[in-house]
Design a protein around this ligand. Structure first.
Ligand SMILES: [Zn+2]
Length: 441
């Protein structure tokens, strides 16, 4: 008997050729459910394709990619929900939206069946992957806004039989008190907020390491797969920290496992994954960095076929030490294709910067302004730092960047509490737009 937990051990350990057969069958069922889907009818017609021609996973390659801007344009042209619905509106029971950080939020509908068969199931994989069971008491330290992950996470936990506590509408101090008093064993929040709670506990002289929390599960930012962020969370909470990945348009598609190799599993029972070179759009080789493309096999109400996530990953299909045959992405989501910075000829992702900053524990919080100067990105940091017995915090950060990336950065120290703390997705990286031409002349 292995000591690893599974949600559906048979499916999670299927030989890969049987897994492909399962995906092929689910793809066929999905396409049949999509007969009234106007968005894909138009996309297929534009490509000169008939639905009946798509019989295998290889045939999927004939379908053009779907991008977020396709979906935004569709909802703008046919408000409020666009043309991606496979069923009449009366069949849907759940409406959520994206955060809209890059523009107009997308509205997303689920039927009762899609909610149960996709969201609740997929969260089962996330929890069991992290060794969470029906005996756990799970605290959800976020606001319960219009975002699908907030609701899917708590209902997925209830579906599994765990005791769940919603921590919406409370201060950080009240949440910490609840976590301790109710002997919660599992914490869900963003990685940034887990670090913030550590800071608050320290201020209030609360010993988090002696709390009952044994597992923390994070999403919304790549933090839990960034080694130094993960270490800071694990040290502060005295718990094992797990990453998870999902998107409103897709579902909860990635999860960590108890082998704790630093990789995330891909839920290939509910989704079909491809990795492409974002420049050529050709398939990337095994293990090669590329953009993750997802087809939702089990969410027919509002499906996406070959959806370009913008997430950069390195996918491998060798079996994991936990026994799962599901593919993995090494180091989780490495970055977003459009977030890459080019600093003095060096390609840098925000997660690499975060990893370096978090190796310097005297930096309590930080923010980066990115300016484009003669085609290169220039980084200016603002940091809140604890006093150092010797040496200057700003200079130490400058030297760490020079040593690790061979780049020069600007650093300004600001007073404690001057920078924002985040409960939802942190926005530490701020791109400063180019000044208008008239100001440059
Ligand atoms: Zn594993």
């Amino acid at each position: 008997m292995s000591h690893f937990h599974f949600f559906d051990q048979r499916l999670e350990t299927l030989p890969r050729e049987q897994l492909r057969a399962l995906q092929t069958e689910r793809l066929g069922r999905l396409l049949r459910e999509m007969s009234a889907n106007r968005f894909y009818a138009a996309k297929f017609a534009a490509a000169g394709l008939r639905r009946e021609e798509i019989l295998t996973l290889d045939d999927l390659q004939k379908i053009p990619f779907t991008t977020k801007s396709d979906l935004v344009a569709d909802q703008a042209a046919a408000p409020p929900y666009g043309t991606l619905l496979s069923y009449p509106l009366s069949r849907y029971t759940h409406l959520h939206q994206t955060s809209g950080t890059t523009g107009r939020p997308l509205l997303w509908l689920d039927t009762k069946e899609d909610w149960a068969d996709s969201w609740l199931r997929c969260w089962g994989f996330v929890y069991r992957g992290a060794g969470v069971t029906e005996n756990d008491i799970i605290y959800f330290a976020y606001s319960f806004g219009p975002y699908v992950s907030h609701w899917a996470a708590i209902e997925g936990a209830r579906n599994m039989g765990a005791l769940t506590i919603a921590g919406g509408g409370l201060s950080s101090e009240q949440r910490l008190r609840a976590i301790l008093d109710r002997r919660c064993t599992v914490l869900l929040c963003t990685p940034t907020y887990a670090l913030h709670l550590i800071e608050v506990a320290r201020r209030e002289s609360i010993d988090l390491r002696s709390s009952a929390i044994r597992v923390t599960i994070h999403a919304g930012e790549p933090g839990a797969s960034v080694p130094n962020v993960k270490r800071a969370i694990e040290d502060g909470w005295g718990a094992h920290c797990y990453d998870h990945a999902g998107a409103t348009e897709v579902g909860a598609w990635g999860f960590g496992c108890e082998a704790r190799t630093g990789a995330m599993h891909l839920n290939e029972t509910d989704f079909f994954f491809e990795v492409i070179d974002p420049a050529t759009l050709r398939p990337a080789a095994e293990g090669q960095r590329g953009e993750l493309v997802i087809t939702t096999l089990a969410r027919p109400g509002m499906p996406v076929l070959r959806y370009r996530t913008g997430d950069l990953v390195e996918m491998v299909t060798s079996p994991c030490a936990c026994g799962r045959t599901l593919a993995r992405i090494q180091g989780g989501v490495i970055g977003r294709a459009d977030d890459m910075l080019i600093v003095r000829g060096t390609n840098l992702y925000p997660s690499a910067i975060d990893n370096l900053v978090r190796s310097l524990p005297f930096i309590l919080e930080y923010e980066v302004e990115i300016r484009r100067v003669s085609g290169m990105d220039d980084l200016r940091f603002r940091i809140e730092a604890a006093d150092l017995p010797s040496g200057d915090p700003a200079q130490t950060l400058v030297e760490a960047f020079r040593a690790q990336f061979n780049i020069r950065i600007g650093v300004e120290c600001v007073p404690a509490g001057a920078l924002p703390r985040y409960e939802a997705k942190a926005r530490r990286f701020k791109r400063i737009p180019d000044p208008p031409l008239s100001e440059r002349l």
